[in-house]
Design a protein around this ligand. Structure first.
Ligand SMILES: [Zn+2]
Length: 483
């Protein structure tokens, strides 16, 4: 909970130099065809060398600290140095003037059903028959691999605009192995870091194990790659709920699916909506540091102790969780942090939610104050950590992302603090949690690639992404004969 000290540093020289340096001319761009990587057909900006100058730096690394004004040097996808960067070391770098901006790690989303992004025109929040669960459960079986590709690409495009640099794709509609390939291609083509959690198809019988042969083939075909993508599985629901929303798999299927994943050294993720399955899982020896749970609403103190001891993590999706009836429980952020359970942040899906991590932090703060308040103080910095470094810890990738640490990969964003909704800006954490919005995100760099700059995609064809998503949405709807 410690607040790192803000180091004051005069950067008059750097600011003067930055004022005369324009970035736009140096930026890679798809339309001229130059300075682009072709990644098995995808076109992404090259990993260049950049000097981000004059930013307020929130490193989320206690050893690095924060800077009221400082620089970040990025080369070949890596963070070279943070804070005071000797100009002699950056002679070849392209300067990015970050005056009036916060430089921080990109957001890390630890649970997102990207395949449902194209269901937006169909789902209604005020009509139970057209709610997220009935619509996606029904439509899932009508997806072609191309529909999955377009939906995942749409979701990840929005992720870029919202400042996410890592997304855990919770893919619970793998109708065929080709659907897995399509979703992974979309992840690769958008250039973000992510975990792909291979799952069943919607409507798959609870007494049938998941497609472990398909999982093994996917692992062989896609892993390892250039380090951006990792693999896991998502489990169907487990537990004792007599009326589960999406069914429950019996213990022998849990053992088959989870055991199959563990034989391939792959992590597991599981929703815990409804009665908590934690005691059941613990009694059967199934919990470990390779397990991520989602939706912490009904855990007991004894269960949280188990989670901490087993190294299990919990992803919170505040938009969806706060929309549930009170009987479904409350968002237990304070309880999890107090118990020392690894905790992270997620959007869940965009069938009915918009991607705004600032708003998620704000909502979590409000709910925490509403329920718990000063009994367990929650700071703005702690929430920013939840949305960044804690996500990397949850996904087991904190060795390469989640903080601005020399040697880690360059996954970072610039947030403007001189826009009308945020200026005049004081404490940067306060600015992020109380005021910031996605429209303040100026630049998104993932693995050293500038994917978003000055409010525009650098490489992604925005019009094509939208058009093809709209076509896929209409096609799925027509195939399913959905009204
Ligand atoms: Zn979910």
């Amino acid at each position: 909970m410690d607040e790192p000290m803000i180091h004051r540093r005069s950067l008059l020289k750097a600011a003067a130099a930055a004022a005369t340096t324009g970035l736009a001319a140096c930026m890679p761009h798809a339309r001229d065809g130059s300075a682009m990587d072709t990644n098995d057909g995808a076109r992404l900006p090259t990993r260049g060398e950049y000097l981000i100058r004059g930013a307020t730096i929130l490193s989320m690394d206690a050893a690095v600290g924060d800077y009221e004004r400082g620089d970040v040097h990025v080369r070949n996808g890596s963070i070279v140095s943070v804070g005071t960067v000797p100009s002699a070391a950056t002679a070849n770098a392209t300067a990015i003037d970050a005056t009036g901006m916060i430089c921080m790690p990109g957001f890390i989303d630890t649970h997102w059903h990207l395949w449902t992004s194209i269901t937006r025109p169909i789902i209604r929040i005020d009509d139970p028959k057209r709610g997220y669960f009935p619509v996606t459960s029904f439509l899932g079986r009508f997806y072609t691999p191309e529909d999955s590709y377009r939906s995942v690409r749409l979701g990840l495009s929005e992720a870029i605009t919202a400042g996410a640099t890592t997304v855990h794709n919770w893919a619970h509609n793998i109708v065929t192995p080709e659907h897995a390939d399509a979703e992974l291609r979309a992840m690769r083509d958008t250039g973000l870091r992510g975990r792909f959690s291979y799952g069943p198809a919607q409507g798959m019988p609870d007494d049938k194990p998941m497609d472990l042969a398909g999982l093994a083939r996917t692992q062989k075909a896609w892993m390892p790659n250039d380090g951006l993508l990792t693999l896991g599985i998502n489990s169907r629901n487990v537990g004792t709920d007599p009326n589960p929303l999406r069914g429950n798999i019996p213990l022998e299927i849990v053992r088959a699916d989870w055991g199959g994943a563990r034989a391939l050294k792959l992590p597991i993720t599981l929703h815990t909506s409804g009665p908590s399955p934690i005691t059941f899982l613990e009694q059967n020896g199934l919990l470990g540091p390779d397990v991520q749970l989602v939706h912490p609403l009904l855990t007991t103190a004894a269960e949280r102790k188990i989670l901490r001891e087993r190294g299990v993590s919990y992803s919170i999706s505040p938009l969806g969780e706060s929309r549930r009836p009170s009987s479904a429980g409350v968002i237990q952020l304070g309880e999890l942090l107090e118990a020392g359970v690894k905790t992270s942040l997620s959007i869940d899906h965009t069938g009915t939610y918009s991607v705004d991590y600032f708003n998620c932090m704000r909502l979590l703060y409000n709910l925490h104050q509403h329920r718990i308040g000063p009994k367990f103080p929650l700071t703005a910095r702690r929430l920013v950590q939840l949305a960044t470094l804690d996500g990397a810890i949850d996904l087991g990738i904190a060795d390469r992302t989640g903080s601005l640490t020399p040697g880690k990969r360059a996954d970072l964003i610039l947030v403007r603090t001189r826009d009308v909704n945020i200026a005049p800006s004081g404490d940067p954490y306060e600015a992020l949690v109380s005021f910031a919005q996605p429209r303040n995100i100026d630049t998104v760099i993932a693995d050293g690639r500038v994917l978003w700059r000055g409010g525009r995609f650098t490489a992604l064809d925005h019009g094509r992404v939208l058009e093809e998503a709209e076509q896929a949405s209409a096609a799925v709807r027509a195939r399913a004969k959905w009204g």
